[in-house]
Design a protein around this ligand. Sequence first.
Ligand code: MHO
Length: 226
Amino acid sequence: MKVHEANDSQANEPGVTVERLETAALAMGCFWSPDALFGSLPGVVRTEVGFAGGTTAEPTYRQIGDHTETVRLWYDSAVVSFEELLEVFWSHHNPDNVNGYKDRQYQSIAFYGDERQREAIERVSKRRQSREGREPATERIRAGAFYPAEERHQKYYLKRHPDALARLGELYPTMEALTQGTLAARLNGLAKGFTNRSRILEELGQWEIAREQRELLEQLVREMRW
Ligand code: MHO
């Protein structure tokens, strides 16, 4: 996987070679957790939380209207497939009772961007039916407008750790760059307990980046205090 961190020339598009980068959008309750969950997965290059699925114009966290808390992912399908992401999605929430429901804020939704993703959702849903007796009660909706949530909601768990955040300031010049960074996504997963330091270091060893860049990132991860 070729990863560009935010201090690369492609600062706004940290990711793999663009042809292979795909997107997905999933809703499974309060978006802080899925941001960390999917951010911990190798192959997921970038995550962002926001509001989607509704009709209300310009939603915000306090004025969410008929939208649902959603995480958007950019991923390298050569490393992780949409079907694998769906298995993770359905293994980590109960679509019948997401955080006790709160209007549509915590609706379980699998968004599809195209016919191929729609078919994959049906395929994995049927597979879970054969394992669990019934299909997950998850809405399937064509992906429309996605409204990014306020900055304080992005990489929420990572932002609870001042030392980690201060060190990441050396790598990401702005909070927006941090939101988009791949390493920030992994560390947000670490902060929530979805991955660990040695898994992140092992993955860093495989990124197609310059040696000095790798050493810099490894040192950052090793020295970070939690
Ligand atoms: N844990 C929060 C929900 C935040 S999530 C961004 C709460 O219980 O209010 O909806």
